[in-house]
Design a binder for this molecule. Sequence first.
Ligand SMILES: Cc1cc2nc3c(=O)[nH]c(=O)nc-3n(C[C@H](O)[C@H](O)[C@H](O)COP(=O)(O)O)c2cc1C
Length: 323
Amino acid sequence: MNFWQKLPKPFFILAPMDDVTDVVFRQVVARVAAPDVLFTEFVATDGLQSAGREHTLQRLEIEPNLSRPLVAQIWGANPDNYYTSAKEIAAMGFAGIDINFGCPERGIVARGCCGGMIGRYKEAAAIIEATKRGAGQLPVSVKTRIGLSEVITEEWASFLLEQGISALIIHARTVREMSRVPARWDEIAKVVALRDKLAPGTLIIGNGDVADRAEGLQRVAETGVDGIMIGRGIFHDIFAFSDEPSPTTPSHRLGILLDHVQLYETTGNSKPFHILKKFFKIYVSGWRGASDLRAQLMDTSTPDQVRTIIATAEVPEAMLPVS
Ligand SMILES: Cc1cc2nc3c(=O)[nH]c(=O)nc-3n(C[C@H](O)[C@H](O)[C@H](O)COP(=O)(O)O)c2cc1C
């Protein structure tokens, strides 16, 4: 049995997000309200198999206190690089490997990678086969969208379901739509029906615009998916994965921010400090004076400066009521 088969149903996953779900932020989310599964940021197989691989390898750093299955997500164009990368990843301690067939970034799609692989059946089959061969015992999943410019859910999902993958994650928009239109959950329901017919053993995970666990449970009831993946919801609610209301106060939230900064500092191969700034709004919002405090924090350039500002900040005892 691989980890996918052992998960409670429905299960919840923190979506892979470049420059967000790194080894530091994953630890913060796992401490605050843990999802059932975590994913790395996407990792370039071509980069991993190049002379400058040290930089790419940083994306595969595993947290020391890992309490949930962690899936390494990979992308690229060359099946040989998928094979070698999957083999290496299988020896590192990950629970699974996910193939990114969904990223809409223009340059990447133009090279036929990620979202640019949608509809390229021969190439996609070769990549999945090479990854599975390299992964050995590790389960392989695919995360994708419902088309490149046109919606081709049925053709594309049927093809993927025939490749013997453990899980299929559907972000219910086309590549061209980026994130500009609401996710089409009715398309995800179609994939569940296809799965029942073609590949009963493959788990279906729905993704797109889910704010939190409560909304995810509604989507499960509507579509019959096995699991829900939440991405941007975590920016609005650090407790998005909590199964009960999470009482919080401004000082509690600043405490989480200090934890985040501490983890950033103690993680050996951290990213540049400015990457931290995109997280400030997650913690510093929801009380009178929060935006002023945030503006001060945005002017910092070291962890110590953040700590000094927080140490002297005066915050109210309670959050503003949610309107
Ligand atoms: C900043 C950012 C970075 C992302 N990076 C990745 C990535 O590395 N791999 C991936 O499969 N999807 C990536 N995505 C897409 C998300 O995983 C997810 O599919 C998308 O945000 C829709 O889910 P949501 O509405 O819950 O956010 C990224 C999204 C955002 C906002």
